[in-house]
Design a binder for this molecule. Structure first.
Ligand SMILES: C[S@@+](CC[C@H](N)C(=O)[O-])C[C@H]1O[C@@H](n2cnc3c(N)ncnc32)[C@H](O)[C@@H]1O
Length: 224
């Protein structure tokens, strides 16, 4: 990856350690996930989630997946003809490991868009808060700055309710927010018999595009 990326000094974790989900996944309160979060917050994005984004949004040029995990998003995008550069802070056996997105100062060579499902846990906190909303703000803010540097695009998978937070709304309003693609089905983050995890949250892709005509309001789109 040349000098574009700052390598993480942290020891690379091994394959993700998945927590056990309770059998009563549907009955818990919304603020309780019911399972232990994995190391570095690794959860693979089901294909239909990326396919829903690509039904509505076309990306110009090479795409960067900076939190690529085991390559779930990259693989779907490549299947649809996109060139994708894949990096991750950890080694999940795919792409280039050891690249801390939050330390990257520029986009990889040739990339004009960022597409990712960032970690929701406390990858790094704002004002010392170890909260997923703050962590998400850091990632989205950083992605938007990098996308702006190439006048490109960014699409990030967030919890639907995250959009309504004051700081999220301010951040999104300060950038060319083009669309939200709301997922009308809830995501099964992992699906293993008694370990099945069905998210208590609805999710949406938030899409930003520096190429969108000025004055055009953002579109609210649905996965199906
Ligand atoms: C929710 S998983 C998503 C994985 C993949 N994008 C997908 O959709 O299947 C979040 C990923 O972010 C990675 N990650 C966490 N902190 C990171 C950082 N600071 N820089 C780059 N990747 C990071 C984790 O290793 C993990 O693979």
């Amino acid at each position: 990856m040349g000098d574009l990326f700052a390598r993480s000094g942290a020891e690379k974790p091994g394959p993700a350690q998945r927590g056990r989900a309770p059998q009563t996944a549907m009955s818990r309160p919304i603020h309780i996930s019911g399972y232990k979060r994995t190391a570095r917050d690794f959860y693979a994005t089901p294909d239909w989630v990326t396919e829903a984004l690509l039904r509505h949004v076309q990306f110009r040029g090479r795409v960067w997946e900076p939190c690529c995990g085991a390559g779930a998003i990259t693989t779907v995008m490549q299947r649809q003809g996109y060139d994708v550069t894949s990096t991750d802070i950890a080694d999940h056996g795919f792409g280039a490991p050891g690249v801390d997105f939050l330390s990257c100062k520029t986009m990889p060579e040739g990339c004009r868009a960022i597409v990712t499902n960032p970690p929701y846990g406390a990858a790094r906190s704002l004002e010392g808060q170890e909260k997923s909303a703050a962590s998400m703000l850091c990632f989205v803010d950083h992605a938007l700055r990098l996308a702006e540097s190439v006048q490109g695009q960014a699409a990030l998978l967030v919890r639907l309710q995250w959009i309504a937070g004051k700081r999220a709304a301010a951040l999104m309003s300060a950038h060319p927010f083009a669309a939200a693609v709301a997922l009308t089905r809830r995501i099964h983050w992992f699906d293993k018999h008694e370990n099945t995890n069905i998210s208590q949250h609805h999710h949406a892709w938030v899409v930003f595009d520096h190429g969108r005509p000025s004055g055009q309001p953002p579109a609210l789109l649905f996965s199906d």
